[in-house]
Design a protein around this ligand. Sequence first.
Ligand code: 1MF
Length: 184
Amino acid sequence: MYGLVNKAIEDLVRRNHGDEAWERIRRRAGAEDSVFIGMRAYPDKVTYDLVAAASAELGVDADALLEDFGEHWVLYTAAEGYGELLALGGSSLREFLLHLDELHTRVGLTFPELRPPSFHCTDLQEGSLRLHYQSERPGLAPMVVGLLRGLGRRFDTDVDVRRVARREDGAPHDEFLVEYRTRP
Ligand code: 1MF
């Protein structure tokens, strides 16, 4: 994954646990380079190893970390130069989710090593939808829950997420039931 992802993990750990915790996690993960380059594509293993090392070092479940990380990603990218890109996604949670594949197509035009997941929405009702998440990367569904929470914060929207199909249980892909309500 692009180094931007590893940088966002680093930023989250440094903010919540401090610089020394980050150094321990980085070393435990065997990440030799002390700085990640945002626009360089790294093997996915680097990212998975960072999450595993953070889980061991902090004594926090890896799925909980992935969820926190998803929430942080939305706020981090908005603050770190991708504000205009995110703004193209629209001005509500629903609109953003409907445009996510286009957003990834756009990033992929400039950064061809992007291997984006695919998101599509069905069962669109007022205040709810079913989100289908297809990724070539295993185990990242908890991150999607966090991404939805981050979008909720971005759009002042209360979000309830329920995972209703799991790829690890044999479903064709992961699905989430998303209920949302804009805060008055
Ligand atoms: O393949 C990749 O490297 C990759 C990296 C990030 C693929 C997707 C993403 C974004 N995605 C992360 C979870 C991926 C899980 C999976 O693969 O199954 C989050 C998608 C997302 C969902 C909800 C709300 C917002 C989301 O992301 C918005 C977004 C997406 C991509 C970028 C920024 C914001 C992005 C921008 C530049 C990139 C890479 C990703 O590359 C750079 C970085 C720095 C300098 C130049 C290029």
